[in-house]
Design a protein around this ligand. Sequence first.
Ligand code: SF4
Ligand code: SF4
Length: 172
Amino acid sequence: MSKEVDYKLLPVLAAKSEAEWTRFFKKNKKKLEGMDLQVHSFHDAITERTDCLACANCCRTLGPHITDKDVERMAKALRVKSSDLIAKYLRIDEDGDLVFQSMPCPFLGTDNYCAIYESRPKACREYPHTDRKRFYQIYNLSIKNAYTCPIVFEVLQQVTGNSDQLTGNSKK
Ligand code: SF4
Ligand code: SF4
């Protein structure tokens, strides 16, 4: 089962909830440190019913940080030299990190599939990070991510006990 999501509502709902999420963090820092298992179970359930192929917001808007290992892996998959891959697709950003030259990502298809899915950067694999250890350390980053990622939005809603949902369930 996947979820039909009205993604246009996401920034509006995130803006509406941000103050409450921030308040929760200030009041519950200690509690959050012990909530990883619960957060991960929210993440698993929400990811299971979210259709990333109907969204692709992260591939459209967030520029992943690309490591040297990512470059090697992507170049191998595309059968080009690392230097050619860098010249064609990558740039150094203002923080000195290697990122795609522009977003949407050049490997995002019109069908929202990733053309290098098996060889995609580590940051793409790990996004939206709501299943990582010590979630409290990225709680504030997650508030920013909730404006674009429906999974993060819903995880924060559940962590903070807020019942506003993005969607109703539907079969696809
Ligand atoms: S923004 Fe979140 S829900 Fe959308 S494709 Fe990326 S990970 Fe999936
Ligand atoms: S490499 Fe693939 S997963 Fe990563 S941003 Fe591009 S399309 Fe998305």
